[in-house]
Each structure stands twice: as structure tokens, then as C-alpha cells.
Design a protein around this ligand. Sequence first.
Ligand code: NOJ
Length: 560
Amino acid sequence: MKKTNWWKESVVYQIYPRSFKDSNGDGIGDLQGIISKLDYIQELGADVVWLSPVYKSPNDDNGYDISDYRDIMDEFGTMADWEQLLQDVHERGMKLIMDLVVNHTSDEHNWFMESRSSKDNAYRDYYIWHPGTDGRPPNNWESVFSGSVWQYDEKTEEYYLHLYSAKQPDLNWENPKVREDVYDMMHFWIQKGIDGFRMDTITTLSKTPGFPDAPQVKEGPFQPATQYYINGPRLQDYLAEMKREVLSKYDLMTVGETPGATPEEALSLTDEETGVMNMLFQWEHIEADPGTGGKWGEDTWSMPEFRQAMTKWQIELESRGWNTLYLSNHDQPRQVSRFGNDGEYRGESAKMLATCLHMMKGTPFVYQGEELGMTNVAFETIEEYRCVETRNMYRAAIEAGGDHDSLMKAIHRKSRDNGRTPMHWSADANGGFTTGTPWIGVNPNYPKINAERQLGDPDSVFQYYKRLIALRREFPVIQWGTYQVILEDDPYVYSYSRVMDEQTLLVICNFSDQPRSFGWDALHAYTRKQLLIGNYNPGVELESDMTLRPYEAAVYLLQS
Ligand code: NOJ
């Protein structure tokens, strides 16, 4: 049964404001810069803009460390700029969703400054403090950004917990006052007119009481401990309360960031009656690399594993849930470098990946620059990297005796900065991003890969994305059809169908840099076969036995 909501029929464009467009020459993207590029987003066809955080922040983690939830970061502009942005977005018939970062604040947030000032301060319990055990941190949990999750604070001689950087202390959600303040803040933004939230690390709000040690699974003093804080014991209570106090009162788009979520958890988190969010970012498809080295280990991602993960989520959320469709964001490397080919077949593979994703059921998310086929970067020195996760990992690994060259290789492959180099607007200096010195290096391939060039080229990656988005709006089968994988053992070609009423959509994607054959017996049942879109010119004729060119993608509308 099809149940319509505006957020199911939307295409979201994600902006990482620091790297999008600088309007005042200080080298940092800003709100006026975004305003100046709304026509571009509209031209692409996206109708929702998700802004990564623009709140006041000392930028230890580029805005994911918030020091004032109700104000705008100086480098980005003023509240008046933000209000103008919201108005301009709405005037275009588009919507704006904001990042909700409430697992932690900045250590420069007033609450934390009060909290750390003394043990009997009214804000002490806004955060998670612990005296430690025998002069050591309370447990061995490893921070997502390396080292211990506990930071010793001399002033009151206790440790505070931070799942991310030491400048991102975790809020104590056990404290009802924290929750009330968060809900007030959510009302504040909703009443300003926003259309929803992307909920940062929303499943880590509740920590296992007693903070038990995590089992030793790797060398070194700190151990991964996600089982003690993802989906913790009180998470459902907190989320139910947030729904009751805030979300249920409005018609919003809510998207949870939920590392490690299973389809079963997704169904409960997004259940229309009892769930708290509309949809969530699952990670299985982008972590379809079962290597043992974790994030920084060898990337053994493979198409068959990716297909398996996508298929699982498409099927399990088919009638009761709703998927997000994404391959990139500000925390991931560039998709064309990671899953495609950023050399000879950059254009073809960027389009192929987009085809594979955009023909699925769910709400597509396009991350800035993805629509141009932007690629990873390879800075030579660690000093050129800005990402706190990358820098901390490098430092900890070097201290543990790691080898510089292999660490840099891993960083080139996986650093979050791959996705954070400035947007390429034109072939002008710094890709037209800034007239000043950019806060992070620009990818040197901007003269070749940039928006100005692609807007005027009918064969560009940008124009291809635009057509994919337009097709979604034109053909209800793309929006609502039932998904079924075809030839599920093929090692190179990912093909699937979408079926609705009399219409069948056939999507064929060659994930390899070699010609590959595709043969599907069931094709005989169809008399009409119309090529809707393909990434080669001329497109490939649909036959029951055919050869696909490297990274070829094609979508057909079939009728019997
Ligand atoms: C997830 C965000 O996407 C990431 O950029 C950030 O570092 C962490 N959450 C902590 O807020």
C-alpha cells in the first residue's frame, strides 16, 4: 500500500557549509554563499536542503561541537542571514532541515563551563562525570576519535565522558533538565519555520549504567565499546519522550543517523505509530567491506556484498518502513573514488552509481559535489588534513609505532576530508569557492571537474543527476514500485526490477571496468522496452543477451 508523505517524495541535497561557497573572502563557506547557490540546487531538482551544523561552535569538529544552540557561527554569518536563507528556500517551494546534535555539546558551551566549574554547580549533572578507579579512567572504552572516552579534568579532579573528541563532552540524558532544554531548543528552531531535523548520532544517547569494561578485541589499552552505548537501555524512553514533547506536534522530516542499525531496529525507530523518526541512515551498504582492520584497514568493499545489503534493506522496509538512499556524506570518502573509478571512467562510473541508487525506493540524498563526480584528494602531509578524527588517528597510530606511509595511504582512502574539500564552482582560482585562502586545500582537479563546465554540457554528471531526479518525479514506479534483485550471483552486474501495476522498470549496472555480459530469460515476456536513461551514448539496446560496456548503466521501462 502506498502512503504518501512529502518527505517520501523529496530529494535532499546535503550542504557542508564550511566547504560550499564563501561569500566574503575569509576562506570559509558561509550562509550568504549558500543563498547565492540556491538556484543551482533548484536547477538540479532537489527540493530539500539539509544543512550540516551552522550553530556557534569553536570548530573542533567543524560545527558538530556546538557552543550555543540558538545562535549562528560567526564565520557563517548572522541569524538574519540564516532567516534570509530560510525565506529564500521557502520562496522556491523548497524545504530546509537542520542538524540536531544533542548527544554532546562543545566543551565551550555554557552548560559545560558551568558543569566543570564545581561539583555542586547546578549544571554538574548535565554531563557524565566519574571519579575514576584507582587513579585511572573509569573504563577502557575507546573514543570514536581515538584514545579514551574519558577526559580528566583537574579543576574538580574527575573524568567526563566524550564518545567523540575531548572537546565534545556527552550530555547526560538521564537528567530530565537536559532533556527539557533540548526539547525547548528544538521548539525554538521549529517555530522559526524549519522543516525537519537530521539527528546526529541519535542512538547513542543512553549509556549502559556502571560503565562496564569492554572485552579486549585488539591490542592497546582502549577497546571498541559500541555495545554499551548504541541503543542503550533508556534510548527508547528518551526518543518516545522527544516524540511526545516535540515531534508529534509538527509535520517534519526526521532522519536519524544510526550507525550499526539493523532493519528490525529501523522498523521500530520509524514505525508510524510508535517510532520517532521518518527514516534513518543505515550503514551496511557502505561498510560492505568485511576486512578486519576497521575503518582504516584495507577497503575490501565489494559489489556483491553491497548488493546484498541494499537488497536486504529494500525488501525489509518495503511495506512498513522507508529507506534513505545515499552513498556519500561529509563523513565518507567520495563515492566515485571509493565504489567507482576516478580515473579513466570517472564520468561513467559516477553516473552508474547514481543510477543504481536513484532508481531504488526511498528518499535520495545528494551530497555536495557528488553531482559533479568530485573525487578523493591526496594531501601529502598530515598537517594539510583538518579532520579531528583523521589527525587523532594518525597521532595515536604513530605513537603506537605505526608507519607514516601506510597511514597516509589509509588516510587518502578513508579520511573524512576527502568529502570536505571545497566545492568546485568554476575553473577560477580555488575552484571559485573563495577569493581568499581556503580553510582546507582545494582538490587540484577543479579545472576539469566543476559546476560551470558541467552546467553547459548535456553529457555531464550534473545533467545526468538532473535527469535521474526528473525521472523520479515523472514515473510513479520509481517512487513506489516493488524492488526485486535479478541475477543475484553475478559478480559484476547489479540488476534489479521495480514493479508497479502494469509497469516494470529494469535497472542494469556494470560495476566493473571491463565489458560484461547480461542475460535475463524473463525478458521474453515483455513486448515494449523503452530506454529511459543510460550513461553511454548511444544507449545499449535491450536484448535477452547483451554486453555492457565498462561501468555502463541503463534503465528500461518494460511493458508486456
Ligand atoms: C556524526 C557526524 O556526521 C560527524 O561529522 C560528527 O563528527 C559526529 N557525528 C559527532 O557529532
